[in-house]
Design a protein around this ligand. Sequence first.
Ligand code: ZN
Length: 332
Amino acid sequence: MIRIDVSKVKNWELIKKKHSEWYEEKILPSIKKAYNLLSKKNKNDSIKEYKELLKKIKNKGKNFVIERELFLGYNHDYLLDLIKKLNNTNISENYLPHKLFSYDKFPNHTGKWNRHKLLSLMGIQVCPYCQRNYISSFEENNDKRTTADLDHFYPKSLYPFLALSLYNFIPSCQICNSRFKGSKDTYNSVYPYEESFDDLGAKFKTSKEIIYEILGEKNSGFSVDIDYENLKDEDNKKIQNSVNNLGLNKVYKKSHNHYIRDLLDTIEKYPEKYLESCVEIFDKLYKNKDKKERFIKHFNDIIKEPYRKRIENGEPLAKLTKDILDEFNIKI
Ligand SMILES: [Zn+2]
């Protein structure tokens, strides 16, 4: 999982402005109305806690949906409990959070502000959850569209009042959003606006057998694991939850073996092979050990360049590439 560094999102302030203004116009009035009605009419203590939550949200005004702190200082279990209890009260459904903060009210591509505009302005090119799939923008009928899903990090079924919060929106690929994550509770897992697997020290690694396979000595299969066992308990648990929620161990296990084989093969073997094939042309060069080594080093650098760029630009499989090269002590 990759961190979404909002300081690098060029349009972040504009996104915050547009999103909070949209919320102020389209959503906030009904929240104020619901709070006022519930305060006046209902003296029932069973919704006392909910009224307090609504009051806090109302008082935040338009900033509620662009605040980084999503839980308003509440304890996570307390909020889950509060939402559950609400389902057993007899207040009108229209005043419940899944209606007040309904994600259906956020347009897909119509109006001044919508999902496609938000995703295009964010400009995230690769799914931060898996770093395997592109989630790029494209144009259709002179309009910006995107192939990304807008995932709710904290699922709207469990935390309905966060269904419109900007810092709960993660641009992601469909596989991560629908196939794996669904509505699992992500509370104790890695939150991309704060940290990444790399920040916490989790690494991809292969079985060492791979090296034999690459050198052609042994035709053994290999698989990729995500190694986080030696991290401190708290981080270990968070990474484990993210890996399970997103199926990362499954999608990385064998899917990119061809890529890894090519990567190591290219860097380890091509410079020598290339030089051998040029031996007649560069006969003198090849016989001079010093020059030969310099040539190999230079050629090696050229060959590594695309991988260096992949890592630098955060393209799909960037972390896998970085970690595998690390594992085999290949400096890039
Ligand atoms: Zn993904």
